[in-house]
Design a protein around this ligand. Structure first.
Ligand SMILES: NC(=O)c1ccc[n+]([C@@H]2O[C@H](COP(=O)([O-])OP(=O)(O)OC[C@H]3O[C@@H](n4cnc5c(N)ncnc54)[C@H](OP(=O)(O)O)[C@@H]3O)[C@@H](O)[C@H]2O)c1
Length: 352
């Protein structure tokens, strides 16, 4: 047990230090003042957030809530969704749909439910989604696990599930194609996949490492963003796709690192002893609070940044991506593979 905790802490410390060095603004709270949209500023908009039940997603719901927008978020269970609703002020217009990105069936059901929600708007509710914030994710599962669809867990949860969700919502015309935004929460951890994606083995059946798989799933988020934004522009639609890195943030994202084996989750704070507490204290010096970490995605969701299409944001500023994340050929290959694996197709005949 202590061996597991030690190696988990080592992994976290290592990842924290590397990520903080890549993006030094994460260190010792050097980030800019927090952004929250003004009261009433987003009346008439609908924001759809995946993974609204903890961390950055939950913080985004709370801070957008006062702006007057309608929020739809996804939760992995009814219990978790209800729990979030019970904590929000009554003035927040929020509802949720249950969705598990690790199940294509669940993703299809959730997008169908959202389609019918939008088809029967209550009085004065907007009938399309202005912002799709693809935020949900898992990180660094110690052992290779497969989803019920047979894909490596991080690849499906972080990329394939969102690919299917996004295309389903576009094909059913739920997204505002004239002026909406698709915002993909990626990570600077894409740099762990320095050599790009392995198209002969996207599901890591030949070799698996927790961080490599996470890095590749986040690289997929970035390649997807560019390929999607290009398609929006080719269609002549005003909707744009953009991406971001939130910083290294003290959320529960590391829960799998502390699992006792078998890839099950466990809260980082539970039973990690003095060493664990000390380790987390050190980590906190190099990381952001959840409030700070959610800033860029809240800022983008509120429509800031001008022409954000295809750009990658850190601390509310567009940044240059590495070669592996702007590889158009790799992006197209990933797109084709994602269509094959999820059995969804980009609609060739679209139009507003
Ligand atoms: N924290 C960081 O330092 C950091 C750095 C870079 C990028 N990011 C990215 O930020 C995003 C949000 O992460 P976070 O830090 O806020 O982590 P978090 O607190 O663990 O929140 C993750 C959210 O995703 C949901 N989720 C997990 N697996 C899912 C699945 N199979 N289907 C649907 N929803 C699922 C979780 O639902 P449950 O509540 O049911 O678990 C939760 O709502 C992720 O994409 C992550 O890669 C985070």
């Amino acid at each position: 047990m202590s061996l597991t905790i030690n190696s988990a802490l080592n992994s976290i410390l290592l990842a924290t230090l590397i990520l903080s060095l890549i993006f030094p603004s994460s260190i010792l709270g050097l980030s800019s003042p927090l952004y929250t949209p003004k009261t009433g500023e987003m009346i008439g908009k609908t924001v759809l957030i995946t993974g609204g039940t903890s961390g950055l997603g939950l913080e985004t719901i709370k801070r957008l809530g006062g702006s007057g927008c309608r929020i739809i978020f996804t939760a992995r269970s009814k219990e978790k969704g209800d729990n979030v609703l019970s904590t929000l002020p009554p003035s927040t217009s929020a509802s949720y749909v249950v969705m598990d990105l690790a199940s294509f069936k669940s993703v299809r059901e959730a997008s169908a439910e959202i389609t019918s929600l939008l088809e029967t708007p209550e009085e004065q509710e907007p009938s399309s989604i202005s912002v799709l914030l693809n935020n949900a994710g898992v990180m660094a599962l110690p052992d290779r696990r497969l989803t019920s669809d047979g894909n490596e867990f991080q690849f499906q949860t972080n990329h394939l599930g969102h690919f299917l969700f996004t295309l389903s919502l576009i094909n059913s015309r739920c997204l505002d194609l004239s002026s909406g935004r698709v915002i993909n929460v990626a990570s600077s951890a894409y740099q762990f996949a320095r050599n790009g994606l392995n198209f002969d083995d996207l599901n890591a059946s030949r070799s698996y490492s927790a961080w490599d798989a996470y890095g590749k799933s986040k690289l997929s988020n970035l390649l997807f963003t560019l390929a999607l934004d290009k398609r929006f522009k080719d269609k002549g639609w005003g909707i744009r796709a953009t991406s971001l890195h939130p910083g290294v943030v003290r959320t529960d994202l590391g829960r799998y690192l502390f699992s006792s084996g078998g890839g099950e989750e466990r809260g980082p704070s539970s039973d990690s002893g003095l060493l664990g507490k000390l380790g987390l204290k050190v980590v906190s010096l190099f990381t952001k609070s959840v409030e700070e970490g959610a800033d860029t995605q809240i800022w983008l969701s509120a429509g800031n940044g001008g022409d954000v299409g295809g750009k990658f944001y850190v601390d509310k500023r567009a940044r240059v991506l590495g070669e592996n994340a702007i590889d158009v050929e790799a992006g197209e290959k990933l797109w084709r593979e994602s269509e094959r694996l999820t059995e969804v197709k980009w609609e060739e005949e679209g139009g507003n």
